[in-house]
Write a protein that binds this ligand. Structure first.
Ligand code: CU
Length: 356
């Protein structure tokens, strides 16, 4: 019913527009041939173009400077400084080109408005001018693209072996982090077929690296250490966005992605820098992923390495929190699993360590 009313409304509006068009056509015909000089309309239109130019360029620059702090977050990562620089250089070049071209266009419209007796000048071509506006933009664009490409290659190059590995999993509408655990530092295998209400990671418990993996609803990161985020999604496209670290990478179902970076300021250091004791870093989803997209956030805590290691050691292994899943561990690995997950004291530590 509603769509019928909307359709009728649209048809009615189209009919009215058509009638207005017809009537204005008839009026033009009735008025007879137009005044060749266009009367004062030319002058008014030309002047309006200049007013429009001043108002829009003025508004653009005023907004850009007045609200600069609203859209320019402080940067807290190593590569972020580099990408910020590239961004602002590109911005300066494009804004300069945009302003010059806009001003020339509007001023030409004003300058060459119809005037009685004024004739257009015949100016066929100028090789020097053509060369200049081909070569200069080509060089500028080449420099921008190649510096950008080399930065991109650095950012996407493989992470070092010592990098701190954290897995981020996106789902409608929350982020979950999985850490490799302190005993082996390696993430256990996962398989989407093993995902159920409790085993939300699809943790493969036949892999001994999974025994000490733990889950966190807060993203803890060490400062000044390379971090490798391994990113996956369980349902639809999501996107990991850590604005202060200039990190953004899509979370794609069925296709793990990654991003490596180094945080340079702890949460506390950023609080001091901003003079805001309540500041917290945040991970947000940057891909419209459904109704609850707006709430898909995760708190991020950046701390010094010692605090970070302490926090990691204080976390409970996923297997310890879900002891029912011991049944999925192969018989031969059960004892090792219980020791590694911290469910059982290690009887002979040296033997158990070797079994790892
Ligand atoms: Cu999302």
């Amino acid at each position: 019913m509603m769509s019928l009313i909307i359709t009728l409304g649209v048809l009615l509006i189209l009919a009215i527009l058509y009638m207005i068009f017809r009537v204005s056509n008839l009026i033009t015909i009735a008025k007879g041939p137009r005044d060749e000089k266009g009367g004062t309309a030319n002058k008014v239109n030309a002047a309006l173009f200049i007013v429009f130019m001043i108002a829009s360029l003025g508004g653009f620059f005023w907004y850009s400077f007045a609200y600069f702090h609203d859209y320019n977050l402080p940067v807290a990562s190593e590569h972020g400084k580099l990408t910020d620089n590239l961004f602002w250089i590109t911005m300066a070049v494009t804004v300069a080109a945009f302003s010059i071209i806009s001003i020339i266009m509007f001023v030409f419209i004003y300058r060459y408005q119809y005037r009685e007796g004024q004739k257009a000048r015949y100016y066929p071509d100028n090789h020097y001018l053509e060369l200049a506006w081909t070569i200069i933009p080509a060089i500028v664009l080449a420099v921008l693209i190649f510096t950008g490409l080399s930065a991109w290659n650095d950012i996407t190059s493989p992470a070092s072996k010592e990098a701190e590995l954290v897995e981020l999993i996106g789902q409608q509408f929350a982020w979950t982090a999985r850490y490799p655990g302190v005993k082996d530092g390696t993430l256990g295998k996962n398989n989407y077929k093993l995902i159920d209400d409790i085993n939300e990671f699809g943790l493969d418990l036949t892999d001994k690296n999974s025994f000490d993996d733990f889950k966190s609803l807060e993203l803890h990161l060490p400062v000044n250490k390379e971090i490798l985020l391994r990113i996956r999604a369980k349902d639809v496209l999501h996107s990991v966005f850590l604005p202060h670290f200039r990190v953004k990478m899509d979370a794609v179902p069925g296709m793990p992605t990654q991003f490596k970076f180094k945080a340079t300021l702890t949460t506390q250091q950023m609080r001091d820098k901003l003079g805001n004791p309540n500041f917290n870093y945040e991970l947000a989803c940057a891909e419209i992923c459904g109704r609850g997209h707006f709430s898909m956030k995760m708190a991020v805590v950046v701390e010094d390495e010692e605090t970070y290691e302490k926090w990691k050691a204080s976390q409970e292994a996923w297997l310890k929190q879900n002891p029912d899943y011991l049944k999925n561990v192969p018989e031969a690995l059960k004892e090792a699993a219980m020791i590694k997950a911290g469910m059982q004291k290690d009887p002979g530590s040296t033997v158990a360590e070797k079994n790892d």
